[in-house]
Design a protein around this ligand. Structure first.
Ligand code: F6P
Length: 358
């Protein structure tokens, strides 16, 4: 009997179901003596032994369905060894569930935090295979995470819609895009949506440069300016602060999010009205785009291949179009951010996009 535990952890994204379907279909293609233990709401399900027995039928018809049939939750890595109100060492509790159920392996779908915990479980002797999910695309070791392209599609659609209303008014429109500490979604959606200014965490912005770009457009007869700002974008002044001072400042922040702070700064220096759009969690919602369905299916099938060979301790990844396995210890704890010197930034600048830095 092959006993597989499976869980989805961290913020959800499109194609989680497609990826799990790929794993299950792949495993059942070679074996029929398989038991699937679907842990509910991420690592929480493994900690508290909360699972559902699933059959291959449970994974039928979910290729196009958003969210995750297992539910998910955020279980911060730093709290894994800290006993909470229940007095549990969560790592020991997870090991206990794994051994109690006599699992052959654990399949974990998640982003950065999830991978740190997955690697720790590997170090603790569990057989772990992971799949890279997150709209942020910030997972080291893979060119692409599933969820990313779907989020880019949605953020681009938002910018497209703002474009048509923008042509009717002399206004500055700010669209705040998700991405946590990195700017991948903003960069791609900003270029695809024809944003005039793109602000990323990796390229701290100078307000004077932004105002110059807005005024320059007005002088050239362009009636509006569209700014795509990443939720983690930061000004040059703030980026220059010592880490501790920056943390203190951010803790005291009075704005709901970065777009509001930027809007006020710009409004104080221009005659044009400023408007804000925050698509928020719509960027993680709905059906996965075809690219993500294909990527998730390929990664799922590759994960199944590793399980069938009992080749554990890896994240399945895509590199230069090929599916590869990457050792978990190489992935855990590393962030893949946008390189400010990358060709894509230079090319975007050549088409007239300002990144607020020069
Ligand atoms: O990691 C995915 C993500 O959507 C980030 O882009 C965003 O910063 C965060 O999750 C939002 O988290 P939550 O859903 O917990 O509010």
């Amino acid at each position: 009997m092959l006993r597989i535990g499976m869980l989805t952890s961290g913020g959800d994204c499109q194609a989680l179901n497609a990826a799990m379907r790929g794993v299950v279909k792949g495993v059942f293609s070679e074996r029929d003596d398989v038991e699937i233990y679907g842990f509910q709401e991420g690592y929480k399900g493994l900690i508290y032994s909360n699972f559902k027995m699933l059959t291959s039928r449970d994974f039928s018809g979910i290729l196009t369905v958003g969210g995750t049939i297992l539910g998910t939750s955020r279980q911060p890595f730093k709290l894994m060894r800290v006993p909470g109100e229940d007095g549990l060492d969560k790592v020991e509790a997870m090991k206990h569930t794994y051994h109690k159920l006599n699992l052959n392996c654990l399949v974990v779908l998640g982003g950065n935090g999830t991978h740190k915990t997955a690697n720790m479980l590997r170090e603790e002797g569990l057989n772990v295979i992971t799949l890279p999910k997150t709209i942020d695309n910030d997972l080291w070791g893979t060119d692409m995470t599933f969820g990313f392209q779907s989020a880019v599609d949605i953020a681009t659609d938002t910018i497209d819609r703002i474009h048509t209303t923008a042509t009717s008014h002399s206004r500055v429109f700010i669209i705040e895009v998700m991405g946590h500490k990195v700017g991948w979604v903003t960069l791609h959606a900003g270029i695809a949506g024809g944003a005039d200014i793109i602000l990323l965490p990796e390229i701290p912005y100078d307000l004077d440069v932004i105002i110059k770009a807005i005024n320059g457009r007005a002088k050239a007869g362009k009636r509006f300016t569209i700014i795509a700002v990443a939720e983690g974008a930061i000004s040059k002044d703030d980026a220059a602060l010592p880490k501790k001072r920056l943390k203190e400042k951010q803790a005291k922040k009075t704005y709901p999010s970065v777009a509001y702070e930027l809007a006020e700064k710009i409004q104080n220096r221009t005659d044009q009205e400023v408007r804000i759009t925050v698509p928020g969690h719509t960027q993680r919602g709905g059906s996965p785009c075809p690219y993500d369905r294909v990527l998730a299916t390929r990664l799922g099938a590759a994960a199944a291949g590793l399980i069938l060979k009992e080749d554990y301790g890896y994240m399945v990844a895509i590199k230069n179009g090929e599916i590869k396995k990457v050792p978990l210890q190489e992935v855990a704890g590393k962030l893949k951010s946008v390189d400010p010197k990358a060709d894509i930034i230079k090319e975007a600048k050549l088409t007239g996009i300002s990144f607020g830095d020069e």
